[in-house]
Structure formats: C-alpha cells, structure tokens
Ligand binder design. Structure first.
Ligand SMILES: NC(=O)c1ccc[n+]([C@@H]2O[C@H](COP(=O)([O-])OP(=O)(O)OC[C@H]3O[C@@H](n4cnc5c(N)ncnc54)[C@H](O)[C@@H]3O)[C@@H](O)[C@H]2O)c1
Length: 207
C-alpha cells in the first residue's frame, strides 16, 4: 500500500486532498499545527506538529523506519488577502522555514515524489484585458506581495533539490480555491489551479 504525507491537512485544500488519497487506497498521515475543524479524522494518522521546527519535519517524514512514497506540502501561513498585506514578515519567516526544512529533509530522506502548493501570486500584477500569461512568464519576477515572493523562492528550493537529489517535484500554482469545509467559511464549490511538472512543459488546468 502506498504511503502519503499531507502537510497542512488541518486546512482547506489539504483535508480534501487527504480524502481523495484515502479513496485512492493510500495510507495517509496528516500533519498540521491544528486539527481540521470539521474532518479531524480523515487521515489514518494525524500528528500535531509545528513544521517551522526541523526536528518536527523529520518526525513527520519518518514512517516504519523509512519514509513516504509521496509528500504533499501545503502548510503555509495563510489568512486571505488582508493578512497577506498585513503580515509580510510572518509569511516570509514562517512559510519559508516550513519549506526550507520540508524540502531539504524530504530529499535527504529519499522521498521519491514531492508536491509543493504555490500560488498565482507569483505572477506580476496584470492590467485589465491583458492576455493570460504563460507559466514561464513568472520570470522575470515581480509579484506584488511578499506572499508571492516566498512562494517563488520555495518553488525554486524544490526545483534545486530535484536537480541535486533526483526527487520528482510537482508544483501547483493555485488561484482562489474555496468550497465546502473551507477555512474562511463554508461557501459554494469552485476551484482553479495550474499544475506543472517542475522541469518540463506538461501543464494541467482545472477550473
Ligand atoms: N486557497 C487558495 O485559494 C489558495 C490559493 C493559492 C495558494 N494556496 C496555497 O495552497 C496551500 C493550502 O491552502 P489552503 O487554502 O488549504 O490554506 P489553509 O490556511 O486552509 O491551510 C494551510 C494549513 O497550513 C497550516 N500551517 C501553517 N503553519 C504551519 C506550521 N508551522 N506547521 C504546520 N502546519 C502549519 C495551517 O494551520 C493550515 O491548516 C497553501 O500553501 C496556500 O498558500 C491556496
């Protein structure tokens, strides 16, 4: 049976991902600094851990003397657009630490497949009516908030570790995901994301 680790599973997207992986037959460990409000028992195992601490990341990744087949890193200091602008230093400190430790340890501990949840905030601000940008146009970079810069930096960490350690990396740049059991209220169902293979040109879009 394949084993998956979902970091940030106390949150909105992470918890839906846990349920999807369970349906697909995975054994799933979820990790967060808080349990999920409505579905705290969705995974086979839940560990309450602060992933800004390196040793906690190691504990999250260790299973049965080995590690996981797949790691999904969704933990981030998130609070909606208001928070993004008022808590720049928290975002740059907290989310960067989680990503630095998780990516480094996952690669060193031999995780074969690693997913990182990025954001469309990595793109520069667009003018109304401008044509849609391609993934590559995130560089040269000019995100209009520090949340976007942290995501861009963490994407680059993941890609650097893929080059050095051969860990397969997948990155999704989510945009406005919300729906049932959301962190900021239970609303309608809609999601949009752009997932790319880190070192190739394959692209998936979900609206
Ligand atoms: N929802 C969106 O529209 C959207 C858009 C773009 C990107 N994203 C990204 O997708 C991911 C998931 O987003 P979400 O909407 O589910 O957010 P969310 O806030 O519901 O979930 C994030 C989870 O990370 C956890 N977390 C934060 N700091 C942690 C730490 N130090 N240790 C352990 N856990 C920690 C939080 O407790 C929370 O449960 C995030 O990385 C976010 O930046 C989401």
């Amino acid at each position: 049976m394949k084993k998956a680790l979902v970091c940030g599973a106390g949150g909105f997207i992470g918890c839906h991902l846990v349920k999807k992986l369970k349906k697909e037959g995975y054994w799933v460990r979820s990790v967060d600094i808080k349990p999920h409000e409505w579905s705290p028992k969705a995974a086979d195992e839940f560990l309450l851990l602060d992933l800004r601490i390196e040793e906690n990341c190691r504990a999250a990744l260790k299973v049965d003397g080995g590690t996981f087949d797949e790691v999904y890193q969704l933990a981030a200091d998130m609070g909606g657009m208001g928070f993004i602008h008022s808590a720049e230093t928290e975002i740059m400190h907290n989310s960067a630490l989680v990503n630095i430790y998780m990516t480094d340890l996952a690669a060193r501990m031999g995780v074969p497949r690693y997913f990182f949840s990025s954001s469309v905030c990595v793109y520069r601000d667009m003018k109304p009516g401008e044509p849609e940008m391609s993934e590559d146009q995130a560089i040269p970079a000019h995100p209009d908030n520090e949340y976007g810069w942290e995501k861009l930096y963490s994407e680059r960490i993941a890609m650097a570790y893929e080059r050095r350690y051969g860990m397969q990396v997948r990155i999704a740049r989510f945009q406005n995901c919300y729906g049932p059991e959301g962190t900021y209220g239970r609303t309608g169902k809609s999601s949009c994301c752009n997932v790319s293979q880190s070192s190739g040109s394959r692209k998936w879009r979900h609206h």
